[in-house]
Design a binder for this molecule. Structure first.
Ligand SMILES: NC(=O)c1ccc[n+]([C@@H]2O[C@H](COP(=O)([O-])OP(=O)(O)OC[C@H]3O[C@@H](n4cnc5c(N)ncnc54)[C@H](OP(=O)(O)O)[C@@H]3O)[C@@H](O)[C@H]2O)c1
Length: 301
């Protein structure tokens, strides 16, 4: 099956490319090869590659910066997705897309289900929600995987930031009143490939919105503590820094973060037999790879 992956140089795009199972012929395109805000470029790519499936891993992901450049965020996260959706629909092929927990307001206290009311609190979440809506409206065969707190070996993420701070400082403060689910980019890629395999084997799938995130839920503070514990055990940091639990109000950011980002992955489990991934194990895999031979590791960008 011919698959076009957009945003191929991002955290998830990178894992999609290197984890493609046998039987898929994958063309991965980064932003310099295929800019999803350019409708003509998308048409040309689809006409040339003739994919039987598109997976969109491209997005504007700078949550805070989005507050000061909303046009760019919407151009990529809403209009770019709309262009891809139109092209996929015209070609009669499915489009798998990734969205975010930030489409929710974050004021719940039970895991979010797919049908729960959305209510983004910032531009990034609002632009991603607009992208979801464009995809639903414009492409019949669509699957949206909402995920959260993504980390991996490639690109920038919380794990790499903590590793850097852990080497630089003996003490730091990490927010302890936001609860969510760390999710490895590798597990997201794995889930998407399993959905893709079902589409390839059965010609269709139960289209719609699904949640997929790591388990169990934790706070950023708990996540940081686990990162330092594992990194120390692997000899990646000399000592574990003191991690003070701080409140969101003590760490002001341009974009408001949801206090509750926990999503239920039950629907995906029931429909596709894809279970939430244990982020403790996934974190160990990432740290071990980052700790491995230098020539195998992608440097922090
Ligand atoms: N990171 C998270 O914590 C998180 C949480 C929830 C959901 N998600 C979602 O998960 C998906 C993957 O995120 P990620 O963490 O892999 O993000 P990422 O590492 O920031 O990768 C996004 C990629 O999109 C590319 N891109 C940006 N503008 C583009 C354009 N106009 N045309 C084509 N490509 C473009 C970027 O390329 P350049 O760098 O060259 O611009 C980048 O390689 C996104 O849909 C994101 O919204 C992420």
């Amino acid at each position: 099956m011919q698959v076009l992956v957009t945003g191929a140089r991002g955290q998830v795009g990178f894992e999609l490319l290197r984890r493609a199972p046998a039987g898929f012929v994958v063309t991965g395109m980064g932003s310099s090869e295929l800019d999803i805000t350019n409708e003509e470029q998308i048409r040309e790519a689809v006409a040339r590659i003739r994919p039987q499936l598109i997976i969109n891993a491209a997005a504007y992901t700078a949550v805070d910066k989005a507050e000061s450049e909303p046009e760019r965020a919407y151009a990529i996260n809403r209009d770019g997705v709309a262009h891809l959706a139109k092209a996929a629909n015209e070609a009669g092929i499915p489009l798998l897309h990734i969205s975010t927990d930030y489409v929710f307001a974050g004021d719940a206290d039970v895991p979010y289900r797919e049908n729960d009311a959305t209510g983004p609190t910032g531009i990034y979440g609002a632009s991603k929600l607009a992208g979801e809506q464009a995809l639903v409206d414009l492409c019949a065969q669509h699957l949206i995987l909402r995920t959260s707190w993504v980390f991996g070996v490639h690109g920038n993420n919380f794990v790499k930031t903590m590793l850097r701070l852990g080497r630089e400082r003996s003490e730091l403060g990490v927010v302890a009143d936001q609860r969510g689910c760390p999710t490895s980019a590798a597990s997201i890629a794995g889930a998407l490939w399993r959905v893709a395999a079902k589409i390839r084997d059965e010609g269709t799938a139960a289209w719609g919105i699904y949640h997929f995130s790591g388990a169990p839920a934790c706070t950023w503070h708990e996540f940081a503590m686990e990162i330092f514990q594992q990194a120390h055990a692997l000899g990646m940091i000399e000592r574990q820094p003191l991690v003070n639990a701080i409140a969101t109000r003590d760490y002001p950011t341009p974009a408001k973060r949801p206090a509750w980002s926990v999503m239920s992955s039950q629907k995906l489990q029931q429909t596709f037999s894809i279970a939430a991934s244990d982020w403790h194990h996934d974190l160990l895999d990432v740290l071990q790879e980052l700790n491995g031979p230098a020539d195998k590791v992608t440097p922090e960008q």
